[in-house]
Design a protein around this ligand. Sequence first.
Ligand SMILES: *Cc1c(COP(=O)(O)O)cnc(C)c1O
Length: 233
Amino acid sequence: MMDVTEVGATLATRLAAVRARIADAAARSGRSPSAVTLIAVTKTFPVDVVAALSALGQRDVGESRAQELLAKDRALEATVRWHFVGRLQRNKVAAVVGRAGLIHSVDRVPLAEAIGARATGQGRIQPVLVQVNAGADPAKTGFTLAEAESAVDRIRAIDGVTCLGLMTIPQREGDPRPAFGRLRALRDDLRARFPEVTHLSMGMSADYEVAIEEGATMVRLGEALLGPRTPDA
Ligand SMILES: *Cc1c(COP(=O)(O)O)cnc(C)c1O
């Protein structure tokens, strides 16, 4: 059983260290630290960890499985801003729409249609990001850079959905910086046409400082904050 006090102390230390590194990277890109939102990705960790994060003032929390987000949201007494960052099946949309403040991972138009239909039924507009495979990694989902602009056009036109930016997961091998730069250039083009397309969700534990230097407005950190996950997760 995990000692929550001890977890809280370790978390506080890690959170402070990560926040300092975020501030430094933001300064290197000529931005204020407040221009970068830290999302703590708590997948596989118990809901107590989410509660501890919330108690430390960390309000943005991410999950990559719909059922896990739903279960933690129901169990949690604190209020957090949920982000859904994983691959979303259409039959799991109901667990996430309205519960997640932002769905980062819209990687196909029919998924956006399902999200829009659900949100419209609830009288909501669901904020989403469009996932782009900016590193052209065959193992990753997401629109290609070539497809992304028309995908944003189509997704913007769907009732019940608002597209606030782009998200990417870089390939594990090699320098992620070029892919981050390409995503930023695409966001700049889109923002010139659609002012609400502002966010760049890019950067994980291994590369968040590079992502911030390249303009990330959101970084999604699991292991850098929480320590190693169990391998099969
Ligand atoms: C798990 C996950 C993260 C966090 O990964 P770390 O390497 O632990 O920082 C970020 N984004 C997505 C989409 C994830 O699935």
